[in-house]
Design a protein around this ligand. Structure first.
Ligand code: AVI
Length: 327
């Protein structure tokens, strides 16, 4: 396979599990108790998220797809970099459904560029690379397996060309605001003057529309949250009783924070990796934040993390924007 990995990757596989255990146990020991939503995505979690993206309530995916499908030329124009050669890097590429509209356009336009998907999952990258080889034999794909910032460094080592970094899907919303600021700061530092980033943000809107997207009647989002307990049971020999936890979703339209919790339905002890974690009845377990932004919030984030605002392109409903910033 021509997927680039760090030579350290093989050594970091056991460390990844250790890190998982450490972070999970630390979160369960703290007050309030919390678990990190970055661990939602095991095999079953991936499948549940696919199902969530297909629900009518979950407007985010169709909105951003609308932008990439119907405003491709506008996006490509803003990312043109004076026609210089460049690397198109995608953080968390997945199946590249949205970004493929953009790179197909660049291929048709005869642009000199490589597509560099970065993902933590080698399986996802393998599938993507094989599919793209068949469908777009003229596209140069350099897949990078690993953590975002390690792989950004790797991308800089591979070529000195200008970079365009895509971070789609409102993934930035799954960070606390403070972490999002740190993330943008670090991203800025890893890039060079003139490089571009395109970040997908879910906009503040009718609060009921937002709450419905995360509090679906079929309980898929609840399952998605509970699946992390299933994963902890399996990987950390824990004994969470799923029937004793209930999903609770909130949205605060002022701050834009949409948060999920699991509520303990009884006073109970759970054993996790040789440790006993005690829950009071109705005690909360913090699970996920899906932060929503106003256009002014996005502008402020760019200003305070060293980026110059280039443009923001919204879908036809004006519910989601892809913001383009320059270092
Ligand atoms: C991946 N991420 C942007 C999703 C979101 O909207 O925060 C994850 C998700 N959580 C519940 N539904 C979807």
């Amino acid at each position: 396979s021509n997927i680039e990995t760090d030579s350290s990757t093989t050594e970091t596989i056991p460390n990844r599990n250790e890190k998982f255990q450490e972070e999970i146990v630390e979160g369960l020991r703290s007050t309030p108790k919390k678990l990190s939503s970055k661990y939602f995505y095991d095999k079953n979690g991936d499948k549940l998220f696919q199902e969530i993206m297909a629900m009518p309530e979950y407007y985010l995916t169709p909105c951003e797809l609308d932008i990439f499908k119907n405003k491709t030329v506008e996006l490509a124009d803003k990312l043109s970099l004076g026609n210089e050669p460049f690397d198109l890097i995608e953080l968390g590429a997945g199946d590249a459904l949205k970004s493929s509209y953009l790179f197909r356009h660049f291929v048709r336009d005869g642009r000199d560029f490589s597509y560099m998907p970065i993902d933590i999952s080698g399986n996802i990258l393998n599938e993507l690379q094989q599919r793209l080889q068949k469908e777009l034999p003229n596209l140069d794909v350099v897949a990078l397996e690993g953590e975002y910032f390690d792989m950004l460094e790797k991308a800089s080592a591979i070529s000195e060309r200008k970079k365009v970094v895509l971070f789609l899907g409102s993934n930035i919303g799954n960070m606390e605001l403070e972490e999002a600021y740190q993330f943008c700061n670090s991203l800025n530092k890893k890039l060079n003057k003139g490089d571009l980033v395109l970040i997908g943000f879910d906009l503040k809107k009718n609060p009921n529309t937002i709450l419905n997207a995360y509090n679906d009647k079929n309980g898929l989002t609840a399952k998605f949250n509970l699946n992390l307990l299933v994963r902890i049971n399996r990987e950390l020999e824990a004994d969470f009783d799923l029937s004793q936890f209930e999903h609770y979703q909130t949205y605060d339209p002022i701050s834009g924070a949409c948060r999920s919790y699991l509520v303990s339905l009884s006073k109970q002890d759970v054993s996790v990796a040789d440790e006993i974690i005690s829950f009071e009845e109705n005690e909360l377990l913090e699970m996920e934040i899906s932060q929503k932004f106003s256009k002014a919030d996005i502008q402020e984030l760019a200003d305070k993390t060293g980026f110059a605002f280039v443009d923001q392109i919204a879908d036809s409903k004006n519910w989601f924007v892809d913001a383009i910033w320059q270092v």
